[in-house]
Design a binder for this molecule. Structure first.
Ligand code: SIN
Length: 348
């Protein structure tokens, strides 16, 4: 039974309940194990969207839900084809007057990549919220149901308009640009290092404490991203570490990659042998982006002294996985050359 917003603690500013599309893609939130005490040995993505919604009766007091099963994957297997489908479906739904916002249920493992992709390619100011769970739906104290209720509450709230794509998890609201998974098991795994969460949601109350300053959604230059799976430029990630060599870079160049993101040490520094391989790749027209494997902070551009001479771009505060998303979008949109790509990385 629906209750009016006025009588519900889940206060929105809509005259009627907001119409929220819930798009399910799989993940642990849709996972199931043999017994309730198992939080690690389970199969992800086996519970359908209807069952996920049925586990949260309070959703009917928050929104009118339109549900779609987009996929049923463990998000480690997220693909460019599925990304393309998801971006196109979100944009199609938001373009109609029948939908006020979108919630996407997703695995935690690659959630930050999908969220950042949508942050740059959603063509609407309506709220888009990703959520997930660390414990399968069958677990004692499963976190998925409350995360889902909170995500729908945020997606149905006017304050979420124009904030870009959001990640709602463990009562916090994060920007897709900043959020990263930080723990393999803890329910507070999603954090926004350096900058913190945008706000919080509890018992239907939604509060934003800051807003997003970098351009996103309708303000980007990437339209809806590549139109098909084979239109995505090949971009791979390599890592620098003690004893690193250039072998992988040479193989990637040989395979015809358009870009390489390097997860460097510290301030994106790179082992000399690997760096020589990357400099040779850059001289052959491969886009090379220096990011850091550290997990927080930013990578300083070293200018004429090294980055410019080597043809390298720096990732600013994006981690290597999000830097890869941005580099793929920039290359797909026709961006070429270190100066142009550095503009993109400094902006987004
Ligand atoms: C996944 O990413 O699909 C599995 C792990 C999770 O959702 O926590």
């Amino acid at each position: 039974m629906n209750t009016s917003p006025a009588s519900s603690p889940f206060s929105t500013l809509y005259a009627a309940l907001p119409r929220i599309a819930v798009l399910a893609t799989g993940g642990t939130i849709a996972g199931s194990a043999q017994d309730a005490t198992s939080t690690a040995g389970y199969q992800a993505g086996v519970v359908g969207v209807g069952q996920l919604l049925a586990a949260v009766p309070a959703l009917s007091t928050v929104a009118n839900i339109h549900a779609e099963q987009i996929a049923s994957v463990d998000s480690k297997d997220m693909s460019l084809a599925l990304w393309t489908t998801l971006v196109q479906r979100v944009n199609a739904l938001l373009a109609t007057e029948d939908i006020d916002g979108v919630v996407i249920t997703h695995g935690t493992d690659t959630l930050e990549e999908t969220a950042y992709l949508l942050h740059l390619t959603v063509r609407s100011t309506k709220p888009v919220v990703l959520t997930a769970a660390m414990r399968p739906s069958s677990a004692l104290s499963a976190d998925g149901p409350l995360n889902l209720l909170n995500a729908v509450s945020v997606a149905g709230h006017r304050a979420a308009h124009g904030q870009g794509v959001l990640v709602v998890f463990n009562n916090r609201i994060h920007s897709a640009r900043d959020v990263v998974k930080t723990s393999t098991f803890a329910v507070d795994t999603f954090q926004s290092p350096e900058v913190g969460a945008l706000g919080w949601v509890q018992d239907g109350r939604v509060e934003f404490q800051r807003s997003v300053v970098r351009p996103h959604t309708v303000a980007t230059e990437f339209a809806s991203g590549p139109a098909s799976a084979d239109a995505w430029p090949a971009v791979e990630i390599v890592t620098s570490y003690a004893g690193a060599t250039r072998t992988i870079v040479d193989a990637l160049v040989q395979a015809g990659v358009r870009g390489i993101v390097v997860a460097g040490t510290g301030n994106g520094s790179i082992h000399a042998a690997l760096q020589q391989g990357l400099a040779d790749a850059a001289s052959q027209g491969v886009a090379v982006v220096r990011a850091s494997r550290v997990g927080s902070g930013h990578v300083m551009h070293n200018g004429a002294a090294s980055d410019d001479a080597l043809g390298f771009v720096t990732a600013n505060s994006l981690n290597p996985y999000k830097a890869r998303v941005l580099l793929m979008l920039a290359l797909a949109a026709g961006g070429t050359g270190p100066a142009e790509l550095q503009r993109v990385f400094d902006l987004y």
